[in-house]
Design a protein around this ligand. Structure first.
Ligand code: ADP
Ligand code: GLC
Length: 492
């Protein structure tokens, strides 16, 4: 079988631009697809990402692509120019292609609420296709991710339909989070050059004077995926479909759930360059040292018997932290425990964690903001990881915590349900603790149950080892994407 030409497009790629798991998935999947597989060469993978201001400021060395320094893209009444630069994806031969357009991306944030937000990402879609044209490179598959690149299939079917280069190109759209749909007033369609394509957009939305980038992608991509099997079912229900369930049900034949892989090149406690003490399932001494180091770093007293609960998260409604209010303080009062929180997001959540920190300064450590290294330390140094999500398309953190010997406490939803198995002390099977009902009461009951198990340290060691030995690598998950891509190739 020949290697495939795969174009990946997204708004985040780690380590260059990251707010959450999307960035890790692009990097892990891109690296895996581009790797030299034992059976032959890797696939021809080209990743596209906007050249955000933060990339230029980070000092990372980027290289201009020959003959691609000034490409004009025409929009109604306006021409916008970009240049293409590359930066190697770390530990990989794959190049990330940066769409350099200071007019649109020279801002301090990745995402903005500026009036041209639709244009910023519509432009990314077009820059991908314009670059392919310049190279005369016909991707077998363009793999789009979330709303930011979801207009690409429609552009391909309309504005670029004349170009035979793309005659055999197929599109895949992965929904990483249906909570973000990219909904804009329909007047913006003229701005992004889709004003004549209203017939191809969701009519119900247009009637209400708006359009949704994600819905447009769902209508036009050849295949749809989302990032776990359970979430693939959930988004087809009224409860979790966020208004898209009906449309998704009409495309259920083309929708598959593929659980995200973990890039153990970046997230493995045996080799992680961001942590000072390493460990494996067989030798956990380094984990005890990481616990002491983490507590010292967050100025908390160390006692090996006191369990450390970790949180690393975007602080949004999705993540379920409102369940803490009537549960976690009870444990902080009652138990000799520690809680280490790293997060940023909505002010009310940040304030709540600040309140916990101020109320129990010897038990709660807090870092408000984004801190990659500290994320690795918390995974490695905690005894339990808390992730009570209201919904969770996949979730990477619980898989990281499994590998770092930190059993997760999660709600049974989306990818959490697919990746964490309930611990049963009688059979010594399982990897973590799950609860169903979205309530403080259910969370509290599960924390209580976890603490009772913590007191049986021999059983605990088995639980930790079970989780560390699970394999969520891209070697397991990646082939599902390749099979999907191949299923789209025209029969030869
Ligand atoms: P989501 O994509 O919904 O945020 P995931 O669990 O899939 O959730 O991925 C979250 C990713 O973002 C992980 O790599 C996690 O370590 C990282 N992360 C989240 N918040 C922070 C933060 N405040 N600082 C550093 N890393 C963070
Ligand atoms: C989204 C989801 C998260 C998922 C990530 C990567 O941000 O919230 O559950 O793991 O995308 O697919």
């Amino acid at each position: 079988m020949r290697p495939l030409r795969i174009c990946l497009a997204a708004s985040e790629v780690a380590p260059f631009a990251k707010t959450g798991g999307l960035a890790d998935v692009l990097t892990g999947l891109g690296r895996w697809l581009g790797a030299k597989a034992p059976a032959g060469a890797g696939h021809d993978v080209r990743i596209f990402l906007p050249c955000y201001q933060r990339i230029a400021e980070s000092g990372v060395k980027t290289t201009p692509v020959a003959k691609m320094s000034a490409i004009d893209v025409r929009f109604p009444g306006r021409t916008i120019r970009f240049g293409l630069r590359t930066v190697p994806l770390p530990q990989s031969d794959v190049l990330v292609h940066l769409v350099d357009c200071p007019e649109l991306y020279g801002r301090s944030q990745i995402y903005t609420s500026d009036g041209d937000e639709a244009l910023r990402f519509a432009f990314l879609c077009r820059a991908v296709l314009e670059s392919c044209q310049r190279w005369q490179w016909a991707p077998d598959v363009v793999h789009c991710n979330d709303w930011h690149t979801a207009l690409l299939p429609l552009y391909l079917r309309t504005v670029y339909a004349w170009d035979r280069l793309f005659a055999a190109t197929r599109t895949v759209l992965t929904i990483h989070n249906i909570g973000y749909q990219g909904v804009f007033p329909d007047a913006q369609l003229d701005v992004i050059g889709l004003g004549d394509q209203r017939a191809h957009l969701h009519h119900g939305d247009l009637r209400e004077g708006r359009f949704s980038c994600l819905k447009t992608g769902v209508l036009h991509a050849n295949k749809l995926t989302t990032v776990s099997r359970t979430y693939a079912k959930e988004i087809q229900t009224a409860e979790l479909g966020m208004g898209m369930d009906e449309l998704l049900r009409t495309r259920s034949q083309d929708l598959v759930g593929i659980v995200n892989g973990v890039d153990y090149g970046t997230w493995d406690p045996a080799t992680d360059p961001l942590i000072p003490h390493h460990f494996t399932a067989e030798d956990l001494a380094g984990k005890a040292k990481m616990k002491a180091a983490l507590l010292q770093r967050l100025s908390l007293p160390h006692d090996p018997r006191a369990p450390v609960f970790g949180v690393v998260s975007r602080l949004t409604a999705q993540k379920g932290f409102e369940l803490f209010a009537d549960s976690i303080p009870i444990f902080l009062q009652r138990e000799d425990m520690r809680l280490c929180v790293l997060g940023s997001g909505e002010t009310k959540h940040e304030q709540y964690f600040q309140w916990l920190r101020d109320t129990w300064p010897k038990k709660v450590g807090l870092y408000k903001g984004f801190h990659d290294e500290l994320a690795h330390w918390i995974e490695a140094g905690s005894d339990l990881f808390l992730m009570p999500s209201r919904f969770e398309p996949c979730g990477l953190n619980q898989m990281y915590s499994l590998r770092y010997g930190t059993p997760p406490i999660v709600r049974r939803t989306g990818g959490l349900a697919d990746t964490v198995e309930p611990w049963d002390p009688a059979t010594r099977q399982g990897t973590g603790f799950l609860f169903d009902e979205f309530s403080s009461h259910a969370l509290a009951g599960t924390v209580d149950w976890a603490l009772r198990n913590w007191r049986d340290q021999r059983g605990w060691r088995q639980l930790v080892q079970n989780g560390m030995r699970r394999d969520f690598s891209w070697d397991r998950q990646g082939p599902e994407y390749v099979a999907l891509y191949r299923s789209l190739l025209p029969a030869s």
